[in-house]
Ligand binder design. Structure first.
Ligand code: NAD
Length: 498
């Protein structure tokens, strides 16, 4: 058993979607694997009136829905308590403190507390201020704040939010969730890079021509129209998840694997991002919004016809960009990133394209020699593929592409609780490496704000890509003008992984 795994976890927003689909199943898995001791308890906090029994029933149902029926669910759920709460009312916090103190004593939790804010972001600041003012953070053990995205709407609002939560928690006590950092293959990037003699020497502008990161969804905006229409793909995906992947791919080897060393190398990448001036945005970034189309054989509506979306909405549901990292290692290597909703396929992949060899000695019918590619498959399949050229069997010295594939035997379905399980475990152990530091948040907002400010001022010609496609044509031209093209995602699948 890890030290200090005893903890009282308070989940604010415990009747919400995130708690039910991700947090309860993840806690259960930790419990099932013996990673939680008997000394843990959870207080679910939310607006509605609910008894402890009613809450425990909902916890059991959530776990069963995610993981199937389990024998020890009653034992697990017995650690859960419920408190109905109004986030802006001090009396609510005072009752919560009383309950927390009683539970702490009952389970011998040594005053260790994790406050998990799984609610709408407008409440984050208020809750943090009350936690301090009403004495909930006044503990003898550790206190940690886990905070969901979005962390602000732009740099200014992020600063304001940070100021509020810093009144109650120090930077070391704040765990800003980026659930992509819980994904197995995202965590694998540093191991692939720094544990392989055949990659690290080539991992620079002398051998790599470009890097492509795609995160595509087939889903539309679903029931998140109200939030999404004021956010868009740039803020919802690129500012956090996509730029975090860029940082992991581009960072220098850290001196050691400590939280501070890794984070400071990532921050140096953010500091090296080329600043794009307002008049240059269209040279580097493309926005899109889905029109109607066909997904999995079904006709789907355009974004502007989705519930709670403005019928004249100027919000992008797709973004593609060229990110340049102006440092010694990466000067001249474009990192192309794209993400969008209602795209042809559901996939997150990184393609590292190596430079062409100086001369092609081998005949390949009707085409050039294929460049070497290293493909990191993040989701839904998890694995690695190395595209090489080898002699065609039997024939002359003709080269043909062969793929060396590794696939994780892990989970292959999107949005499994896996990532959250790892992140919750990390938080309980006090390991903040896979959470985002304020400096990373600030630099990435500064980068994204330049783009969103220009886009907010100019009306786009939307919709500009049909549902079921890989985005607007302008995203293809972004690469074509540099002499590249997007590697077709559907041709890159890891073989034998399902
Ligand atoms: P939700 O709307 O399903 O749940 C919100 C919760 O907050 C409910 O438990 C509700 O009772 C509670 N609440 C709302 N107003 C309250 C008030 N005034 N006082 C007390 N409780 C109140 O939201 P969600 O989908 O669970 O998302 C929660 C957070 O997690 C958001 O920041 C969201 O952006 C983030 N997030 C969610 C997901 C997901 O898969 N659902 C994924 C990534 C991030």
């Amino acid at each position: 058993m890890e030290p200090n795994m005893t903890s009282l976890i308070m989940i604010f927003g415990a009747t919400g979607d995130l708690a039910k689909r991700k947090l309860f199943p993840s806690l259960y898995r930790l419990f099932e694997r013996g990673k939680l001791s008997e000394q843990f308890a959870v207080i679910g906090v939310a607006r509605r009136q609910l008894s402890n029994d009613g809450f425990q029933q909902s916890v059991k149902e959530s776990v069963a829905a995610a993981l199937g029926e389990k024998g020890n669910l009653d034992q697990f759920a017995s650690h859960f308590y419920y408190q109905s709460h109004d986030v802006s009312d001090s009396d609510s916090y005072i009752s919560l403190k009383k309950l927390a103190d009683e539970i702490d004593e009952h389970y011998h939790l040594n005053g260790n507390r994790i406050f998990y804010l799984a609610m709408a972001p407008e409440f984050f600041g208020t809750i943090a201020l009350h936690l301090k003012a009403d004495g909930l953070t006044d503990v003898t053990g550790y206190k940690r704040l886990v905070i969901e995205k979005p962390f602000g709407h732009d740099l200014e609002s992020a600063k304001e939010l940070n100021k509020q939560i810093r009144t109650a928690f120090s930077e070391e006590e704040i765990y800003r969730i980026d659930h992509y950092l819980g994904k197995e293959m995202v965590r694998n990037i540093e191991v692939i890079r720094f544990a392989n003699a055949i990659f690290e020497p080539l991992w620079n502008n002398r051998y790599i021509s470009n890097i492509q990161i795609t995160s595509s969804e087939t889903l539309g905006v679903e029931e998140r129209g109200r939030y999404y229409d004021s956010s868009g793909a740039l803020r919802d995906m690129l500012q956090n998840h996509m730029l975090q992947i860029v940082a992991l791919l581009a960072m220098e080897p850290p001196i050691s694997l400590t939280t501070d060393e890794i984070r400071s190398e990532k921050v140096r990448v953010f500091r090296s991002l080329r600043t794009i001036e307002s008049h240059e945005i269209s040279d580097y970034f493309v926005r899109g919004q889905y029109g109607e189309g066909i997904i999995n054989g079904e006709q789907v509506p355009k974004y502007r016809d989705e519930p709670m979306v403005d019928t004249e909405s100027n919000t992008e549901t797709f973004v593609a960009g060229k990110v340049m990292i102006d440092n010694f290692r990466w000067a001249g290597v474009p990192f192309y990133i794209r993400t969008g909703k209602r795209m042809e396929t559901k996939s997150t992949k990184v393609v590292i394209q190596f430079k062409d060899i100086p001369m092609n000695l081998y005949y390949q019918p009707e085409k050039m020699l294929n460049p070497n590619l290293l493909v990191i498959h993040i989701q839904p399949e998890e694995g690695l593929t190395l595209h090489l050229n080898a002699k065609q069997a039997g024939g002359h010295l003709n080269a043909q592409e062969v793929k060396l594939s590794f696939s994780n035997s892990g989970t292959y379905t999107m949005n499994t609780p896996e990532g959250y399980e790892k992140l919750l475990f990390d938080c309980m152990r006090g390991d903040a490496t896979n959470f985002t530091h304020w400096d990373e948040v600030a630099y990435s907002w500064a980068f994204v704000d330049k783009i969103s400010q220009v886009w907010a001022r100019t009306k786009a010609d939307f919709p500009n890509y049909p549902s079921g496609s890989m985005g607007p044509e302008a995203a293809d031209r972004l690469l074509e003008k540099d002499g590249y093209h997007w590697w077709p995602i559907t041709d890159l699948e890891v073989e034998n992984c399902r």
